[in-house]
Design a protein around this ligand. Structure first.
Ligand code: GAR
Length: 219
């Protein structure tokens, strides 16, 4: 196969999505390799897993850059460049980005959000989904643009919302679909099969791969 894209995964905490990407990338025919896991939180749980896997890890503590978001991002950018990163995957990276970093990675940075965008941008998505009484909820992988939780949608996974759900039970169901769609989305982007056209993502006509990116989990 052609060379695999060098990917950095950015995390802030647990890193279960990062883990799903690392596990997918173990397969030699996966079109991306995870070359760096970077966190804004030096104590992020996910860093130890990545370290055990033999992946380079880095922490750029945002607290060292109080009031200077761009300064923080410039420090992150230095580390990304040191590792010759080609694509960035945000996986539970809980920092709002400025136009600086988003601009550096235009069409080369993706994010996972725990809701079916464009519904429920921002935080507390599971609580709000329950409050609104939606019957389907889920997760979205999208390209990152300057507007928060916006940008061309690559993959979505939908799960049922049950009458008995609490935010925690719903979050767990959504998380399990996140772990399925994120590796698929990264593969599409890394292989060049996902194309952005007029703010939408499509694949070449003879390629059905993007079909795998609308996942519906039955009740
Ligand atoms: C995931 O549910 C992810 O979608 C969400 O944080 C969680 C991180 O879990 N991301 C956001 O809310 C981004 N705004 P993980 O660290 O176990 O992957």
């Amino acid at each position: 196969m052609t060379t695999r894209k060098r990917v950095a995964v950015l995390i802030s905490g647990r890193g279960s999505n990062m883990k799903s990407l690392i596990e997918a990338a173990r397969s030699e025919d996966y079109p991306a390799e995870i070359v760096l896991v970077l966190s804004n939180n030096p104590d992020a749980e996910g860093l130890s897993f990545a370290r055990q896997e033999g992946i380079a890890v880095a922490a750029v503590n945002h607290r060292d850059y109080k009031g200077d978001r761009e300064g923080f991002e410039r420090a992150v950018q230095v580390v990304l460049e040191e590792h010759d990163v080609e694509l960035v995957a945000l996986a539970g990276f809980m920092r709002l980005l400025t136009p600086y970093l988003v601009g550096e990675w235009k069409d080369r940075m993706i994010n996972i959000h725990p809701a079916l965008l464009p519904s429920f941008k921002g935080l507390g998505t599971h609580e709000r989904a329950l409050e609104e009484g939606v019957k389907l909820h889920g997760a979205t992988v999208h390209y990152v643009v300057p507007e928060m939780d916006d940008g061309p949608i690559i993959c979505q996974g939908a799960v049922p919302v049950l009458d008995t759900d609490t935010p925690d039970t719903l979050a767990a169901r959504v998380l399990s679909v996140e772990h399925q769609i994120y590796p698929r989305a990264l593969a599409l982007v890394a292989s060049g099969k996902a194309r952005i056209k007029a703010h939408k993502v499509s694949t070449p006509a003879d390629d059905a791969d993007l079909g795998e990116c609308s996942l519906i989990v039955p009740r």
